[in-house]
Design a protein around this ligand. Structure first.
Ligand code: G6Q
Length: 546
């Protein structure tokens, strides 16, 4: 079925007209006109508080955005996802990361089969394994307990685990070392292992397909390193390697006992897999109980997304606001600014979640999308970013909607530092919204020639997301919030948020270039002149270093 064109739909046209009518409206005027705005335009769910009052919206905007969501079938598509329908149409797969955190007893069917018991079976095996490793019962080849865990994976099999490990470090086993290797750049592996004792090191090879070049290359490097350092006995592999994959055959070929393989399913997309067995490193770090707490946080947000009316539905609101700025204001990016050092890898994680999901220019019906889809997500923790790129957000020529994320309590209280941190978060949203007028600048005694430089126009929209504490549970809820916001955006745009065909081409071409770099004989190069020359230069340099 061909979807009705988004831009010509009455709901879109109404929003375009409404957007034009808002021109000139300031956040100051909106707040002046409604003393309760900062309390009214807020919502809570799954332990998170969202203040979306500092957005360039009115009640009418919200009404029209919700109407758009309905007309675009967002709610029907959401229900189809939770039901296990194959909404990843280009790969003909169900999209069921929500099943990964479904409690015992829930029934979610894929091709007639309830998948929830399988999910719990894997979770239980992960828990049993984690307990063994954490207690020291699991021994390495030479009889030593495991003290180091290295997770090898890339993309969706790496970014989530890295982010979760950093985010939940406070809850992790501090007497164990956790590292992550993703890049095919040998430096990544060498630096991760240089000071470790192989006898105490466990590798988790995380690869859904178990065919990914980078991961398999690093996994082989790990095996060689282990064998070299453990006397060359192949039997060591069974004690120092486990796999997380959907591909038992390839795992076995690599030499990992499939008894030490933790499975997941084709209905879990890589970038939606940190709460599957791909999160085994997270479980080893924080323990099975805390991991289940994280799943409970995810699930609480799933339930919120599924059951809460549109006007109080956090992911829906955030997704629709992202559409609003992306398509009507022409905003190209969204900044995500966590005011918590533990979330330093959260923006990198979100980059993949958002941009691999919604970076599509073709709709589900195969037509070119005549509107902008996925914005660029980026960010850094506050307050660091304030001393770096915030200048552009405050005074640049581009509109950058920002998500500020903060927690009421610090996990590492130190004097009044947490107050300073949170004061900065709150003050930034105030400064971005209301700015500083020329009159205010003059009042400070600023010479006239400097006045324009010091004026901040304001009207920079922000969301503020607050939770009590950074815990496994609140992290789960936060990640699910963004997952479902991404879903909402993709559903409005009628794109497949769950495929990633665009990443294939580069991989295919690299496969052709590899032998051309390594060939002992001069290869016949038939690329464009730039690519040919880059290959020649690299070959020449490679020859000169022997
Ligand atoms: C994520 C993508 C991609 C994938 C990696 C690793 O949604 O599909 O980032 O996770 O390419 O793939 P494997 O897990 O199969 O090694």
């Amino acid at each position: 079925m061909t979807a009705p064109s988004l831009r010509t739909s009455p709901e879109w046209k109404a929003l375009a007209k409404h957007w034009a009518s808002l021109r000139g409206t300031t956040l100051k005027a909106l707040f002046d006109g409604d003393a309760q705005r900062g309390e009214r335009l807020t919502a809570e769910g799954a332990g998170l508080y969202l203040d979306y009052s500092k957005n360039l919206i009115t009640d009418e905007t919200l009404r029209l955005l919700q109407r758009l969501a309905r007309a675009r079938g967002v709610f029907a598509r959401r229900d189809a996802m939770f039901r296990g329908d194959k909404i990843n149409e280009t790969e003909k797969r169900a999209v069921l990361h929500v099943a990964l955190r479904a409690p015992h007893g829930e029934v979610i069917r894929v091709d007639g089969q309830n998948v929830v018991p399988e999910v719990h079976e894997v979770l239980d095996r992960m828990a049993a394994f984690s307990d063994k490793v954490r207690s020291g019962e699991w021994r390495g080849h030479s009889g030593k307990p495991i003290r180091n865990v290295i997770s090898i994976g890339i993309g969706g099999s790496d970014l989530g685990p890295v982010m979760a490990y950093e985010a939940l470090k406070h809850y992790s086993r501090r007497d164990m070392t956790f590292r992550f290797v993703s890049n095919v750049d040998p430096t990544d592996f060498v630096e991760a292992t240089r000071d470790l004792d192989a006898a105490e090191t466990l590798f988790i090879i995380c690869s859904k397909t178990f065919t990914t070049l980078e991961t398999l290359t690093n996994a082989h490097a790990a095996r060689d390193w282990c064998l070299q350092n453990l006397g060359g006995d192949e039997a060591a592999v069974a004690k120092h390697f486990v796999a997380v994959s959907t591909n038992a055959e390839e795992v076995e070929k690599f030499g990992i006992d499939t008894a030490n393989m933790f499975g997941f399913w084709d209905w879990v997309g890589g970038r939606y897999s940190m709460d599957s067995a791909i999160g085994l490193s997270t479980m080893l770090a924080i323990g099975p109980e805390a991991f289940r707490e994280m799943l409970a946080g995810f699930h609480a947000m799933d339930e919120h997304f599924r059951n809460t009316p549109a006007e109080r539905n956090l992911p829906l609101l955030m997704g629709l606001l992202a559409v609003w700025y992306n398509d009507f204001f022409g905003a190209q990016t969204v900044a995500v600014l966590p005011y918590v050092q533990y979330l330093k890898r959260f923006p990198a994680y979100l980059q993949q979640l958002t941009m691999e999901s919604n970076g599509k220019h073709v709709t589900l019906s195969g037509e070119r999308a005549h509107y902008d889809t996925g914005p660029i997500y980026w960010g850094e923790p506050g307050t660091n970013g304030q001393h770096s790129f915030y200048q552009l957000i405050h005074q640049g020529t581009r509109l950058i909607p920002c998500d500020f994320i903060g927690f009421m309590h610090s996990l590492n209280p130190l004097g009044g530092q947490h107050d300073l941190l949170m004061a900065n978060l709150i003050a930034q949203t105030e400064a971005l919204a209301f700015g500083k007028t020329p009159a205010q600048v003059r009042e400070e005694g600023t010479p006239e020639w400097l006045v324009p430089h010091r004026v901040c126009e304001g009207n920079r929209p922000t969301n503020t997301i607050l939770a009590e504490n950074l815990t496994p549970r609140s992290l789960g809820a936060l990640v699910a919030l963004y997952e479902h916001s991404v879903f909402t955006q993709g559903a409005v745009w009628h794109i497949d948020s769950f495929d990633q065909w665009g990443v294939e081409l580069g991989k295919q071409l690299a496969k052709k270039v590899i032998p051309q770099l390594q060939d002992a004989n001069e290869p016949k190069l038939e690329h464009d002149s730039s690519t040919n020359e880059l290959i020649r230069r690299y070959r020449a340099a490679r020859r000169s270093t022997g």
